[in-house]
Design a protein around this ligand. Structure first.
Ligand code: NAP
Ligand code: HSE
Length: 403
């Protein structure tokens, strides 16, 4: 018997329970193990829940930590500081860990990886990046044979769902965000999704693995989609393009560049056809070339499925035991990033219009919204210009143009 202690019974936790319940007998035949959830930790005891009476609901983590029959802790709470405690105490107590919580993985990646190595235990986090898509396991496998020089992707289901429906259906931003929340895609605080924070955390995990050196959260240039307007959508459509929130990290000189930003993608580009809550991750290996992964980036069953794939790797002892994190010292070259950009500013006065004209031709404007397309220019040059003109975050939308 393999006993699991499940932390959290929200969207992902209930997906884990549902799939395991459905596949229990089959898994017993396939793995030779009876895998069951023994205890579930939640916050609120008053919530009505449908749960197999054999699964014990607990409010105190110690009841899982000190249960010697539990060998695997599955952490799907979304809480950062408590889950840091759950994961580190769990590893110290000899429990294998599976988590979908990219916020805690991103913040404590090196510490958890080192602790798991020291204790000879599993620390697996497939569901933390790109929801249901199995991408971290193949990436770790390819890293044994390849140097990976670039990783990029659409990594947030909520943002992709919002942008796809704004472009294709002309829907209102706030209505679609509400619908993404109802579907269980968004984080408890959706600003983490729409401001690019969730994508930045996923890129931090992907980039640190891919480039084999520590790339911190604050090393990543980050912009989100929350200021996009229907005016931007109309202009982007006229460019025969669509818009995606893309995270990208690349080897550059003796270091890297790493950015999360809205990207204007021509209709015939691969990423233009990754729609709704789907995600896609592409990486380049020195031997294998470019690999692309595509699938559901969020949601109860796809994410529950990714969590359980990690559980099965522990049960069948097929997970990679080596510490996959590298020790390269990498310099940050984000200040050298250049590109062509679409920039729209609202409530633009004459001074702003004059300043924008210096870097580009002005485009058609509407109700005080003025938009430009730049020639090749440094990303930081644009950010500095916006700062010097005191144009705060909600008043502009900046998108890199993918040629
Ligand atoms: P959720 O629906 O908000 O559920 C969170 C669950 O955790 C709830 O059952 C809550 O208890 C419990 N919880 C929260 N804080 C807790 C604490 N300190 N101690 C014990 N229990 C606690 O969240 P979710 O959407 O399932 O997401 C869970 C994690 O998976 C997050 O890290 C998220 O980023 C990640 N993730 C989500 C998706 C997705 O599609 N939703 C995809 C990939 C990864 P109560 O029920 O008592 O409130
Ligand atoms: N909130 C996240 C998203 C969940 O929308 O992509 C999956 O990580």
């Amino acid at each position: 018997m393999v006993n699991i202690g499940l932390l959290g019974l929200g969207t992902v936790g209930s997906g884990v329970v549902e799939i395991l319940d459905k596949r229990k007998e089959k898994l017993k035949g396939l793995t030779g193990h009876d895998i069951r959830i023994k205890k579930v930790l939640v916050n609120d005891s008053s919530k009505k829940r449908k749960l197999d009476p054999e699964i014990e609901l607990v409010l105190d983590f110690d009841e899982i930590l000190h249960d010697e029959e539990i060998s695997i802790i599955v952490e799907v709470t979304g809480d950062v500081e408590n889950s840091y405690k759950y994961i580190s105490q769990g590893l110290k107590a000899g429990k294998n860990i599976v988590t979908a919580n990219k916020a805690v993985v991103s913040k404590y990646f090196e510490e958890f990886s080192a602790l798991a190595k020291e204790k000879d235990l599993a620390f697996l986090y497939e569901a933390s990046v790109a929801g249901g898509i199995p991408v971290l396991k193949p990436l770790k496998e390819q890293l044994l044979l390849n140097e990976v020089s670039q990783v990029q992707g659409i990594l947030n289901g909520t943002c992709n769902y919002i942008l796809s429906r704004m472009i294709d259906e002309g829907k209102n931003y706030h209505d679609i965000l509400k619908s993404a929340q109802d579907m269980g895609y968004a984080e408890a605080d959706p600003t983490a999704d729409v401001d690019g924070i969730d994508t930045m955390r996923k890129l931090r995990i992907l980039a640190t693995l891919s480039l084999q050196g520590k790339i911190n959260e604050e090393d990543i240039f980050m912009d989100g989609i929350s200021s996009i307007t229907s005016f931007d959508i109309e202009v982007i459509k006229k460019m025969n393009s669509t818009v995606k929130l893309i995270g990208e990290a690349k080897s550059y000189k003796d270091g890297f560049t790493a950015v999360v930003q809205p990207t204007i993608v021509p209709r015939d580009n691969y990423f233009a056809n990754v729609n709704l809550a789907h995600n896609s991750v592409a990486f380049n290996g020195s031997e294998v070339g470019e690999l692309k992964f595509y699938g559901p980036g969020a949601g109860k069953l796809p994410t529950g499925n990714a969590v359980l794939s990690d559980v099965l790797d522990i049960v069948t002892k097929t997970y990679k035991k080596n510490n996959p994190l590298g020790t390269a010292e990498l310099k940050n070259y984000n200040h050298e990033i250049k590109g062509r950009y679409y920039l729209r500013v609202s409530d633009a006065d004459d001074n702003i219009v004059r300043s924008l004209r210096r870097i580009s031709e002005e485009m058609p404007s509407n109700k005080g919204q003025v938009a430009i397309i730049t020639n090749e220019i440094g990303l930081m040059e644009i950010k500095d210009l916006l700062d010097s003109l005191n144009i705060e975050k909600g008043r502009y939308f900046l998108g890199r143009i993918l040629d």
